[in-house]
Ligand binder design. Structure first.
Ligand code: FAD
Ligand code: SIN
Length: 533
């Protein structure tokens, strides 16, 4: 490996890391103002966005209002949403969706009108969907098409960001890895759009690329991570041996699917008046309770009472995928249990995607604008990616246009990359995933979280101080960092709020309205509580 002063360097006006809905929406804006590089770890489509099923929530139906979408989002957030962020989401959302339709997005219709479905904790039918249950794929298709026609936007596939370049408190790009080559990519403004961190859990709906890289890179660079204890577990992921935790959309319950325990009993009404359509955290905990009570590893999602043709037409991807795993959703109740799905916390930003590091912006699931509070309302995150990807891009343009000139460092000094045996990497990855699942999962307590810390901290000590260039090891280092920060935040929040539920502090006790902020001090992760909104 050559010293880094000799490696290839390139310059772009704007660097976007990640090609999901947030990164691509930003690229469309930025590409009109300068050169843009979209660096993405895998194929451009490989992202959570691509697999999003249920739909995108937007107040566009005749029976809906922006104010009602606002109220539902605030209610789901359990008192911790930033009201300004939510107001922006719901009021700018319709414009972003109409624009997407004008670019060619084909959402499902009933006759000549858009079809809206119902999902948990929504008081109106407001969720648009495409090809039944492939909403994310349709959005990704349209955005990629649009970006492909923009001359100044370069898509760098299979290009992984290793670390941000920060000099004198200003972000000046990122260190990228393409194959075995390390590249210094200098940029006037950098946007993190790397999505969430689901892969740090043993059971997750998230694709393989979602390993918390953006959060870990930002933390290493000195950015604030906010409210990381709030992890959303989706109630219904397929449960079967040697089968991935494939998502069975909440929209299925919206269309009448019933949750039953292994004795065939419908149980949700015993836990919440909204039954199957109660908020996600309540449904996930109810399922765990039933699993414990009946000593089973799963419950069932039952659609067998619904019209077979309707189910096949409305959920074609889910129907066909389950069939591949030998489950016919029209003929038999499907074994399901919760899985890590979304993280409400992330890199702290203002409502314009600005982080505490000059030149660094963040949007989508990696960011925390406060829009989701302690619990996300279903189908609000595709909308978040569109609205805040757009806003972060606008802010980055303003920043670049108002700055006098940009000086890029000539040399970046990095340590020689360290090596670790790959078999060991896989072993440690599984250990982290299992620990997070068992000890920092749907239901937590001080004892379980302390045990998780005992397990994770030595790994953090071992990996955080070294520089790696093997993608698997880089991912492991990022996963360990994010696992540590989630657990530390959960340990410090001695309350149960939204998706964070502790059996030793079951209530909202004094100071529950504080937000958690984790910062790096002398190489250590340190928790700060603050009155920040
Ligand atoms: P992603 O779409 O996750 O994109 C992240 C990008 O960053 C990817 O391109 C990835 O490869 C890249 N990346 C990551 N690390 C690096 C790195 N180090 N270097 C370079 N590139 C990197 N939300 C809804 O609103 N409605 C739904 O119906 C819905 N269904 C869902 C179903 C599933 C199965 C899943 C997993 C999520 C679902 N969600 C849904 C949530 C929603 O899809 C995500 O929150 C949203 O798409 C995130 O968009 P994003 O642009 O922030 O990130
Ligand atoms: C789903 O289709 O159930 C996922 C919706 C979401 O996560 O917003």
């Amino acid at each position: 490996m050559p010293p880094y002063s000799q490696v290839k360097s390139l310059t772009t006006d704007y660097l976007i890391i990640g090609s999901g809905v947030a990164g691509l929406r930003a690229a469309i804006e930025l590409g009109q103002h300068g050169t843009v590089m979209v660096a993405t770890k895998d194929l451009p489509t490989e992202s959570s966005t691509e697999y999003a099923q249920g739909g995108v929530a937007v107040a566009l139906s005749d029976e809906d209002e922006i104010g009602i979408h606002f109220e539902d989002t605030i209610k789901a957030g359990d008192g911790l949403c930033n009201e300004e962020s939510v107001r922006i989401l719901v009021s700018e959302g319709p414009e972003r969706i109409i624009e997407l339709i004008n670019w060619g997005a084909e959402f499902d219709k009933e006759g000549s009108k858009l079809a809206f479905t119902l999902e948990a904790a929504h008081s109106r039918r407001r969720v648009l969907h495409a090809h039944g249950d492939s909403t994310g794929r349709e959005i990704e298709r349209v955005l990629i098409n649009k970006v492909s026609r923009m001359e100044r936007v370069k898509k760098a596939s299979f290009t992984m960001a290793l670390d941000l370049i920060v000099e004198d408190g200003v972000c000046k790009g990122a260190l990228l890895l393409k194959g075995k080559e390390v590249i210094l990519c200098y940029s006037k403004a950098t946007l993190l759009a790397t999505g969430g961190a689901g892969q740090i859990y043993m059971r997750t709906t998230n694709p393989r690329v979602i390993t918390g890289d953006g959060m870990a890179m930002a933390f290493r660079a000195g950015a604030y991570l906010k409210d990381m204890e709030f992890v959303q577990f989706h109630p219904t992921a397929l449960y079967s041996k040697n089968v991935p935790a494939f998502l069975l959309s909440e929209a299925m319950r919206g269309e009448g699917a019933i949750l039953r325990n292994i004795n065939g009993e419908a149980f949700m009404k015993n836990y919440h008046s909204m039954g199957e359509l109660a908020p996600r955290d309540i449904v996930s905990r109810a399922i765990i309770s039933e699993m414990v009570r009946t000593q089973s590893a799963h419950v069932y999602l039952d659609l067998t009472h619904l019209d077979e043709d309707f189910v096949k037409r409305r959920f074609p991807t889910i129907y066909n995928t389950c069939l591949r795993f030998d489950f016919n959703i029209t003929k038999q109740p499907i074994p399901v249990s919760p899985a890590a799905h979304f993280i409400m916390g992330g890199v702290e930003t203002d409502v314009n995607g600005k982080t505490n590091i000059e030149g660094l912006f963040s949007a989508g699931e990696v960011a925390c604008t406060g829009v989701h509070g302690a619990n996300r309302l279903a189908s609000n995150s595709l909308l978040e990616g569109l609205v805040y990807g757009f806003r972060a891009a606008r802010e980055a343009i303003k920043y670049v246009e108002e700055s006098e000139k940009f000086l890029f460092p000539k040399l970046i000094s990095c340590e020689k990359p360290s090596e670790i045996d790959l078999e060991e990497v896989i072993k440690i990855k599984n250990d982290i995933k299992q620990t997070m699942w068992e000890k920092t999962g749907v239901i937590r307590c001080g004892e379980s979280l302390s045990k998780a810390m005992e397990k994770i901290f030595p790994y953090y000590e071992r990996f955080s101080k070294f520089f790696f260039t093997d993608p698997l090891i880089v991912e492991l280092k990022n996963m360990v960092t994010v696992a540590l920060i989630i657990t530390l935040s959960a340990l410090n929040r001695k309350n149960s709020v939204g998706a964070h539920y502790r059996t030793d502090f079951k209530e909202k006790l004094p100071s529950w309205q504080n937000h958690t902020r984790v910062i790096k001090k002398d190489g250590e992760a340190v928790v700060e509580y603050s009155g920040i909104k």
